[in-house]
Write a protein that binds this ligand. Sequence first.
Ligand code: GTP
Ligand code: SPV
Ligand code: MN
Length: 601
Amino acid sequence: MEDIAPAISAPDGIGENKLRNQAVLAWVHEVALLTKPENIFWCDGSERENEFLLDQACRQNVLIKLNQKKVPHSYLHRSNPNDVARVEQFTFICTPTKEEAGPTNNWSEPAETYTKLRGLLKSAMRGRTMFIIPYIMGPPDSLLTKVGFEITDSIYVVLSMRIMTRMGVVATERLGEAPNAEWNRGVHSLLDVDPARRFICHFPQDNTIISVGSGYGGNVLLSKKCLALRIGSYLARKQGWMAEHMLILGVESPEEKKHYVAAAFPSACGKTNFAMLIPPMHFKGWKVTTVGDDIAWMQVRDGGLYAVNPENGYFGVVPGTSYKSNPNAMKSISHDSLYTNVALTDDGDVWREGKNGVPPAHALDWRGNDWTPGPKEQGAHPNSRFTTPMRNNPALDPDVEKGEGVPISAIIFGGRRSDTIPLVFEAFDWQHGVYLGATMASETTAAATGAVGQVRRDPMAMLPFCGYNIGDYFRHWIDIGKRLTNPPLIFNVNWFRKGVAGNFLWPGFGENMRVLEWIIDRCEQRGGAVKSPIGWLPSPHDLDLAELDIDHKSVVELLGIDHQEWGRELAEHEKFFDSLGGVVPDELSKQREALARRLSS
Ligand code: GTP
Ligand code: SPV
Ligand code: MN
């Protein structure tokens, strides 16, 4: 598949500049002088523009049109096989000092890095079209909403950004002409898609992102991890709000009492699935709605925490998504969606591992090679993704556009842990909750390049996404807690605990409603729990397990605390804090000591 498409000539009325902000115009001019594109295409976000670009992308083999009867208005993209996931080792935070980036980030000196990137970008868009994408992150009427511009030479990026953000005129109008308005500068070029020239660089002080050498989602849809999380978290601390790697869901009881919950799970650990949960039959009258599936921007108001989803679409994991596991996602991606790196059936449909039904006898795999089902090669890449507008989601929350956000009753941390961590438990208070987040760990997944299945500490699921010193980030969490007179309760969950046979003990997906109900009960001060050394734990009868096919022994195992495992866990917490070289706030070290005392008493 061609990564790099030749320049596009647009018909009249498409791709023309209508922007009047001189600061943006000057920056675009400067980037054009450096990258020397064949032409410049200003995106307005219109339907006509989208149709034109989709058609061009198909002509250039950047997209393959799928069977329009099976998946209407949907397309397949194949990225370069060397470029299928986020690249944490090539991701940099370029603050004036290394200390500002902190112990968990790759740091690179700003002036040197700009020089290096300018060298790589020199004439990089020769013969190509330079697209300018104006976009906003957040509902149009939110105070938290940010304006961004992404310059890119990838038509796939343009088409994806149109789904993932509110793009076009809405952004240029919001920005206006003020020379000192706050807006994010994003520059992306595919270059030659060579891992040796792949760098994702953030300059928080300049509100600037430069990404080169990749065409894969998380590296190039600069609105998402780069702006909404890395630059976002930096701005959030400075401006007194929070930018978190969290889903946001609404949960309504049969009595029509509604709560909102935000949950931070690391990449490919279940956020999209939890955000789209459909309660099992037994939970008649309960309803779960999605506000967001990946990112939450939150602010303190009247002593409570309020969240908005800055995004406009979902960039979700395809493998494992089926009518059994996630019907809302299946309905969402049944039309008007982009698929990246899945298998293509002979009749123009998409296929991937974990889809219901029998695999096709023959297909083209994610690389475009002939493929037949078997144990050897997977048809879809494990990190294959869908890009779909949130408005496709049948369970979309009605308040998703509400600028003031939705009130958060509970925050949940969770990871992929085969052992040690119980199905669910509750922190004693905010600071203990911050400790749970700061010490959480998860087995690595295919969402980033590198080894899969290794337990690593991933504080608040933000290890790859915190745009500044993690010690200051922990401090920010503690400080936010001090401003909350009505703080959300904090919980920890683990859907992935395994039995001795190596099987998941918990059925997960829709059945996670049983855990969610307990969490809501706790928020309403009626759920039962026992005090344990690690926090408030439900006993088996505190969870509603009616009509669930699970044996009592598994439930006891799921909720159990193994002192030997916790001894090791505690040692890992200490090792992790020590590895951060003294930046951890005292409050959290004290939490660790208190945990140690509780475990040994
Ligand atoms: P990112 O988009 O990378 O941030 O991922 P995410 O956190 O949104 O994860 P997602 O919901 O896409 O799930 C990732 C993988 O975990 C998929 O293959 C799911 O099928 C699987 N998964 C999600 N929820 C559960 C669960 O409750 N139990 C089990 N066993 N697997 C789950
Ligand atoms: C993640 O890895 O957490 C994702 C996918 O949500 S990406 O946008 O590629 O980062
Ligand atoms: Mn994510």
